[in-house]
Design a protein around this ligand. Structure first.
Ligand SMILES: NC(=O)c1ccc[n+]([C@@H]2O[C@H](COP(=O)([O-])OP(=O)(O)OC[C@H]3O[C@@H](n4cnc5c(N)ncnc54)[C@H](OP(=O)(O)O)[C@@H]3O)[C@@H](O)[C@H]2O)c1
Length: 256
């Protein structure tokens, strides 16, 4: 039985190899990490790709009603989230995630470079005090509706203005605006509302849902899509399961 330290060291070495190969678009072979991250490293540089992740309770909640979500999933899933950040050109969150969590969105729980940070705040309800707008670690963009003001910056962040379509900013338009800035590999980190917009629009290639063995019984929902008439109309992505400590990660591929 190998010592604990050597398992951690092997995992770190595998992760470093994955990170190195990600930019070259080569699929790493072998190892537990390669199974989970290999398909994500196979995306060629410059190819448009979007993945989302949510940690949810057994009853499909991502936070309490008041917006507290730290933490639903365990340490391994938190490290997984940071690995997705490290693989991404840009990490995207909705305005309410900034309001409730005030995250930095940098890579700290694994090796890797910080992605650009993107906050979708169509109605400009956020102030410049949030950490993501004051921290200089990575470029930051605010996606705002073009009917909300004319300023070009919020703190250190650059404001990109896009038109509304049916009341929201179309995920397709967000992806195009980011691609025009060289940001192709996108990680949508939450919350449920923002990811649901991408999923509903068919603008999500992959979804990682981590289910934690707990019941909140109330709180903010994970995914919310338009009503369907019967279960047969539900989405059936190709699924692969990976245990992350006590939690179970469902890797959902929509277009494979
Ligand atoms: N468990 C997890 O994995 C996880 C991850 C992230 C966050 N969270 C938690 O989830 C909660 C926040 O999630 P949430 O689902 O309530 O909100 P959210 O997705 O963070 O933010 C939603 C808001 O962002 C704006 N927005 C996002 N996409 C838009 C688009 N395409 N067009 C226009 N506006 C757009 C809208 O603002 P307007 O309201 O101004 O229209 C929308 O109401 C927090 O409590 C946070 O702690 C949990």
């Amino acid at each position: 039985m190998p010592a604990e330290g050597s398992i951690a060291e092997r995992a770190e070495a595998q992760w470093q190899a994955l990170l190195t190969r990600r930019r070259g678009g080569t699929v790493p072979q072998g190892g537990a990490l390669a199974e989970l991250y290999g398909p994500l490293c196979a995306i060629a540089p410059g190819e448009d790709f979007a993945i989302a992740h949510l940690a949810q309770s057994l009853d499909g909640r991502i936070a309490t009603t008041s917006g507290t979500s730290r933490w639903i999933s365990g340490e391994e899933d938190l490290r997984h989230t940071h690995r997705l950040r490290a693989l991404a050109d840009a990490v995207i969150v909705g305005a309410d995630t900034i309001l409730h969590d005030d995250p930095l969105l940098t890579v700290r729980r694994c090796a890797g470079a910080h992605p650009a940070r993107v906050v979708v705040d169509a109605n400009r309800k956020l102030s410049a005090q949030h950490r993501v707008f004051t921290d200089p670690s990575a470029p930051t963009f605010v996606i705002a509706a073009d009917d909300r003001g004319k300023g070009t910056t919020l703190g250190r962040a650059e404001i990109l203005r896009l038109p509304r379509e049916n009341g929201i900013i179309a995920p397709r338009a967000i992806r195009a605006a980011l691609a025009a800035r060289g940001l192709h590999w996108l990680f949508i980190e939450g919350g449920g509302v923002t990811i649901s917009h991408f999923l509903r629009a068919g603008s999500l290639d992959r979804l990682h849902l981590t289910v934690a063995p707990m019941i909140l019984g109330s709180g903010r929902p994970s995914l919310t899509l338009p009503e369907i008439a019967a279960p047969e109309f539900g989405l059936r992505p190709k699924i692969r399961r990976t245990a992350l400590g006590e939690d179970m990660l469902f890797d959902c591929a929509f277009f494979d």
